[in-house]
Structures are given as C-alpha cells and as structure tokens.
Design a protein around this ligand. Structure first.
Ligand code: ARG
Length: 407
C-alpha cells in the first residue's frame, strides 16, 4: 500500500486504549497513510481510564471517537462458551486475554462496516499472540478489510514515542513506568516482563494486583455455592445474578482468599516460550465448580471425549481461530453435553485454594444404591466376575502367547 492515498480521505478504525502507543498511532496513521481516524475504545471490564479518553482521541485529531461497552456480550458469547469448555490453555491459563480479542475484533469490524472504513488498525506488536488474533479475526469476519499495525511498522522505543508525542503535540498521560506489561478484563489479569522474564525468580508480590497473598488471606475459610443452569452460572449463595455482576463479585470474593494466582511458562503461537503470571480468581473458581458439576452429571465416555475437545477448543481460542468453523462446531458439541449440567456446587475458598466440597443436581448420575458399601446396596455382585473375565481376557491371552517365546 502506498504512503498517501489520493482523492477523498479514506477511513481507518483504530482500536484505541488511550495509552501512549495508540495515542500517537492516531497522528501516525494520519501522517503516514493520510487516513481519517475513527478511534474506538472497547470496554471488556478493564479498570476505567482515569480521564476521558474519548475527548482525548478527538483532541489528538481523530475524526470520530467512540466508547463501546461490550461486557455483557463478552460474558455471554465468549466467557460462558469458554467456561462450558473448561477452557485452559496448556491446562494452566484460562485464556482471559485471548478470548477478549475476538469480541473487540467483532466491534471493530462492525464499526468499519457502519463507517465505510476499509482499514482497521491495532496496537499489537510483532512478537505476541494478539496480533494473530486481531489480524486473523478481522479477515475471518471481513476479508476485504486491510489491516495496519503501527507498532509492527515503526521502530520507536518508549523514549522515542514520548519524543514523537512532544514534537507532534500529542497530549499523552505518561504514567509512572511499571516494570510489567499487563492486560486486564473481567476474566482475568495478565502480567509479563520485568523480573518475570527470569523463569527461576518467584513472582514478587508487586506483580500481583488483584489477589491477596494467600499468606495474608483470612484464616477462616469461606464457602460459596454456585448455581448452574445448563453449564452456565446463574447465581451464587441462593441469589440470581446477571453474568457481569456475578463475575465481578466472585472476582472480589475469590481474590480476597488469594485464589487464582497462576505462574506459567507458556508456548506462544509465534514459537516463543514466555513467562507470564495470571490472576483469574472468578475464572479459577467457576471452572473448578463447573468441572465439579460435570463429574456429577455427565457420563464417563462423554466426559473423557469432552476433555480432548476442551484441549482443542483452548488451542483454537489461544491461536486466534475463534471465528472459524471448527470452534463453532465444537461449541455445538459442548452445548449438547451441557443440557443436564444444572445444579449447585459448594466450593471452599481458603488460603489460595478453591476446592469443591459439595455438589447436587436433579440430574445427578450418582446412585447411592450402586455406590454404597453399606445397607441398601443394589449392585449385582455376581456380574463382576464375568465382567472381569472378559475385560482382562486380552491381557491374559497375550501373556500366554508371549511367554512361549524362547529367550
Ligand atoms: N500471553 C497471554 C496471551 O497471549 C497474554 C498476552 C497479553 N499479556 C500482557 N501482559 N500484555 O493470551
């Protein structure tokens, strides 16, 4: 693409965070590509910005600036499907950053359509997963859109960016420099860089922001009862809650007990191993509870097969293939498995752990008559012998044949 587009100015929709990178990107997109910038700030539950970022985008020179709250959509269309899939990348990371990208992408594409913009810009760098999630997400939804990633193109250090802002009169808020790079939304907080780049170093207390250190957590455990309907949490402790409220409140409750701290060496899609810490209090609590209810209500072969589906699902979400036929098809399978995942789970929160201590469901497959060792046993003991004969027969046959072989 050429530097300057001749004729009427074309438009670019920019994913705008209000930070240094995307603030100078507004000016940079105008200068380098001669585009009109529509800045879009999307709220997925990150802490509110301290100033009016929309007004600031306009001051910097955006043609339009928009703030879109997508928390509800994020919960219903991204978090709940992921929870039903017990989605954890590499069995460790509840994908909090990863699943927020597709909802942001969806909004950017919607705005681009509405505004007749042919370009979308985002502030991802060339080394991470997020650029893949943005780029692939955007062209999966609309193959005609061209993507500009200023941070992949310019080679400015932070100091040079500040200098660029100064020279170009871009008003920025230079925050106290943190050693960490972080990302937050309703489903969790990601933190990398600084001392964390040494995988041998224990994350210092300052790397954690949401959670109380288990050491300082209350000495008394707290019990919480999560109510599920068809795999989706609908309330806790007897009170119904909408999804955003439920997650917000459970984040606080679990964080108070130091629940949801994760320290992981992760395989990025671009081939790099990276060390990242996550704080996902509600996600940890809810995935634990959801699994607990599935063990009670889903039969063995479905549970086992679902584990492989869950792993595949997590990889698709992590690797930027959310908007794809395979993920959508797996969702249909998972939804089918959730029809009877209705009931309550009691979880004990204590000093960094969330443990299932009770579960009940009108569709419980647990049959006390079958499992009891006490009176009331209805299991047919005689059938065990015949079953074991057949079950072990291949092993018995193989051993007989193999032992015939001369040494
Ligand atoms: N590694 C995580 C992922 O790819 C989080 C990336 C963003 N992390 C950050 N600290 N900015 O999903």
């Amino acid at each position: 693409m050429g530097k300057k587009v001749a004729g009427e100015k074309k438009k670019v929709v920019l994913a705008y965070s209000g930070g240094l990178d995307t603030s100078i990107a507004i000016r940079w997109l105008q200068e380098r590509y001669d585009l009109d910038v529509i800045a879009v700030a999307i709220n997925v539950g990150q802490p509110p910005s301290s100033d009016d970022i929309i007004a600031r985008a306009k001051v910097i020179g955006a043609l339009k600036a928009e703030y879109i709250d997508v928390k509800e959509e994020f919960v219903n269309d991204y978090i709940w499907p992921s929870l039903k899939a017990n989605a954890m990348y590499q069995n460790a990371y509840p994908l909090s950053t990863a699943i927020a990208r597709p909802v942001i992408v969806k909004k950017l594409v919607e705005v681009a359509k509405r505004e007749g913009a042919k370009f979308i810009a985002h502030g991802c760098t060339a080394k991470g997963n997020d650029q893949v999630r943005f780029d692939v997400g955007i062209f999966s939804l609309d193959p005609s859109i061209e993507i500009i990633a200023p941070m992949r193109e310019w080679v400015m250090t932070r100091e040079e960016e500040i200098e660029y802002a100064r020279v170009n009169d871009v008003p920025i808020i230079v925050k106290k420099e943190s050693p960490y790079s972080t990302d937050e939304n309703l489903w969790g907080r990601s933190c990398e860089c600084g001392i964390l780049e040494d995988p041998w170093e224990e994350p210092p207390e300052g790397a954690w922001e949401w959670t109380t250190s288990p050491k300082n957590a209350p000495d008394e455990p707290e019990y919480v009862e999560i109510m599920f309907e068809e795999g989706i949490p609908v309330g806790y402790n007897g009170k119904k809650k909408d999804g955003v409220t439920l997650i917000t409140e459970l984040n606080k409750m679990a964080a108070k007990h130091g629940v949801g701290r994760i320290d992981h060496i992760e395989d990025r899609l671009v081939g790099i191993k990276s060390r990242e810490t996550y704080e996902c209090p509600a996600a940890t609590l809810l995935i634990t509870a959801h699994r607990g209810l599935e063990f009670l209500t889903i039969q063995k072969d479905v549970l086992e097969f679902k584990r492989t589906v869950e792993q595949k699902y997590s990889e698709l979400a992590y690797n930027g293939l959310w908007f794809g036929v395979l993920r959508e098809s797996l969702d249909r399978f998972i939804d089918e498995t959730q029809k009877f995942v209705t009931g309550s789970v009691r979880v004990k929160l204590y000093k960094g752990s969330a443990v299932v201590v009770g579960r009940r469901s009108e569709y419980s497959l647990y049959d006390e008559g079958l499992s009891t060792y006490a009176v009331g046993d209805v299991f047919d003991h005689h059938s065990a012998v015949g079953f074991i004969y057949c079950w072990g027969l291949p092993n018995k046959t193989t051993t007989k044949v193999h032992t015939r072989k001369k040494k």
